[in-house]
Design a protein around this ligand. Structure first.
Ligand code: V47
Length: 351
């Protein structure tokens, strides 16, 4: 195995102006793990509410209450109707993520999963909830993370999305999400999930007030947990989108910085198999470019089902792509697209 990069070397690479070298180093690792493949899946999101107790300054999605303009909250019947409407094309995953609603508790979140499981065929994997939502469920129920995860798993949750990690550094976290699950708790919840045999993803929100050093620290904390558990399937670098939130004045970082961040992520996280280039956030073209800097997964068809990034100003206002669109994007960048299920098993193409 190649020698692992440490903090100083990662920072030196980040600071270097040699983009070809970064692309080459990241591509060497992506090729060793994933060859020339680019993964995608057929999926949709379920965002039951955007009313949230947390006041993250990067968030354009949250609303203070159900009375505020632009808010929504689904009851269980609406969750059922939504699933019936969105499942139409052999989707293999539903990704449930939303908010921490002031009046919802564990029993509501469990009922959502039960309703989704009843409405959708068994071929659809349920990916739910973020560690932040799970942390809140422990508070409202008095249960431990392990107990909450067991309840979710018993009702059909198969894997956890990577949201809520933001930036682990406490001084940055104090400024961007002061009242939210801290980094130790985020890592603890993922570790518990891994111990229960659940696969999870991890993320990093970058391009706001954090430094390159903070990002490397964050990546190293994820690498350390992965060494211990091996439970992460994919890492998603989430680019801060600045529209309609309290950090709007920061604007967006350059495309070069985005591509560097993908490459450094691929290089540092040598033990996480997949790096996701999430197109509803990046836009299609930048998503393609990230494939040349270590990413190997584009996420999915989405079916116009997520608002987190459109509300924050993404150019993808109603994100949806067909499988042929996704295959074309990968091919244009020189890769071979393959459809996967939620666990990265390849789904053979029907002829
Ligand atoms: O934790 C919120 C981010 C995350 C903004 O696991 C923002 O496959 C940028 O985690 N600009 C939730 N980012 C979404 C998430 C996710 C997305 C796609 C795939 C997966 C996966 C997980 O969205 C939050 C936060 O970091 N976010 N607001 C914003 N203005």
């Amino acid at each position: 195995m190649a020698v692992r990069v440490g903090f100083d070397e990662a920072l030196m690479l980040y600071d270097s102006l040699d983009m070809n070298k970064l692309s080459r180093l990241a591509t060497e690792i992506r090729e060793k793990i994933n060859g020339n493949k680019v993964y995608y899946n057929k999926n949709f999101h379920l965002e039951p509410s955007n009313v949230c107790i947390h006041r993250c300054t990067f968030c354009s999605y949250r609303r203070e209450s159900d009375q505020e303009a632009g808010s929504w909250s689904m009851d269980i019947e609406q969750v059922r109707e939504y699933c019936r409407k969105k499942y139409k094309n052999g989707e293999t995953e539903v990704h449930i993520v939303g908010s921490v609603h002031p009046d919802r508790d564990l029993s509501y979140y469990l009922k959502v999963v039960e309703a989704v499981r009843e409405e959708l065929p068994d071929t659809v994997a349920i990916k739910a909830y973020t560690a932040v939502e799970i942390d809140d469920m422990t508070k409202s129920s008095g249960l431990s993370p392990k107990e909450v995860l067991k309840e979710l798993k018993a009702r059909g949750v198969m894997l956890l999305p990577g949201g809520g990690a933001e930036i682990f550094n406490p001084s940055v976290r104090d400024k961007i999400c002061p009242d939210k699950t801290d980094s130790d708790r985020w890592l603890e919840i993922h570790k518990e999930a891994h111990k229960l045999g659940m696969r999870t993803n991890c993320t990093m929100l970058f391009g706001h007030i954090e430094s390159r050093e903070h990002r490397i620290e964050h990546l190293m904390a994820l690498r350390e947990l992965q060494d211990e558990t091996g439970g992460f399937d994919a890492f998603i670098p989430l680019l801060f989108k600045p529209a309609n939130n309290p950090l709007s004045h920061l604007g967006e970082v350059s495309i070069i910085e985005v591509l560097k961040t993908f490459a450094i992520s691929r290089i540092v996280l040598d033990n996480i198999p997949h790096i996701k280039s999430y197109w509803p956030m990046l836009g299609k073209e930048l998503c393609q470019m990230a494939l040349l800097y270590g990413a190997d997964d584009m996420d999915g068809t989405i079916n116009d089902s997520t608002k987190i990034y459109s509300m924050a100003g993404s150019r993808e206002q109603n994100p949806q792509m067909t499988t042929s669109d996704l295959e074309r994007l990968a091919a244009e960048a020189g890769f071979m697209a393959v459809e996967r299920d939620s666990f990265y098993n390849i789904i053979p193409k029907k002829s």
